[in-house]
Design a protein around this ligand. Structure first.
Ligand code: ADP
Ligand code: ZN
Length: 209
């Protein structure tokens, strides 16, 4: 299964990816997780990405396309993968097509802008493994640490001003790729405004799993 998770920031892509990865036995490739890892390690890629991410802007297409192609060429992607956060622009979607990658399905998680702001301001994340948490909807374990033992942090780009910018960028640059894949008959839409469990049940049934 070659699956793309599409939806605005805070739609729950990372949370659903976590469940789908286990159920399907395939890796999730998250450009957000990869870019933040590079930022933490202070690599050239990380330094470049930080300039954009901290402002809620997209990292340039050629940079992101490069890291995704490299990742998809690895052995553990042979039997399929889940893409979370990529493609995010029409040129990125075209680059995937031109690289000969045949996507089976695009799962579109639908949620209103007002809910997104509430979700993202309450979002927390494991610094080590990237597992998402939420102060109300998915509390951090009592230990105060991630299930992997990692430290729980709030992302620098999860402040209200940057969040509003990311939502705007989503509508302008990312939402059009829904049409791109819809015209290929690949889009499955699921309402993601409810709880994690409700959304997950809808996702499993929409994908026929
Ligand atoms: P979210 O979906 O919550 O905004 P992500 O972790 O997917 O969070 O991405 C965080 C940031 O990383 C984005 O706002 C953007 O700056 C950058 N980024 C991630 N994926 C891409 C991509 N495919 N193209 C360009 N920039 C990206
Ligand atoms: Zn963790």
């Amino acid at each position: 299964m070659k699956l793309i998770l599409l939806g605005p920031p805070g739609a729950g892509k990372g949370t659903q990816a976590e469940v789908l990865t286990k159920k399907l036995g395939i890796e999730t490739i998250s450009t957000g997780v990869m870019l933040r890892a590079a930022m933490r390690d202070g690599t050239d890629l990380g330094k470049l990405a930080k300039e954009y991410i901290d402002q809620g802007k997209l990292v340039p297409d050629e940079v992101v396309v490069g890291i995704v192609k490299e990742r998809l060429s690895q052995d553990d992607c042979k039997n399929g993968f889940i893409l979370d956060g990529f493609p995010r622009t029409i040129p990125q979607a075209e680059a995937l097509t031109n690289a000969g990658v045949e996507i089976d399905k695009v799962l579109s998680l639908e949620v209103d802008d007002e809910i997104i702001v509430e979700r993202l301001t309450g979002r927390r994340e494991c610094k080590a493994c990237g597992t998402p948490y939420h102060i109300k909807n998915k509390p951090v374990p009592e230990s105060g640490k991630c299930v992997c033992g990692g430290e729980i942090i709030q992302r620098a780009d999860d402040n209200e001003e940057t969040i509003r910018n990311r939502i705007k960028v989503y509508h302008e640059q990312t939402e059009p790729i829904k049409e791109y894949y819809a015209s290929l008959g690949k889009v499955v839409s699921v309402d993601s405004a409810g709880t994690v469990e409700e959304t997950n049940a809808a996702v499993i049934s929409a994908l026929g799993l």
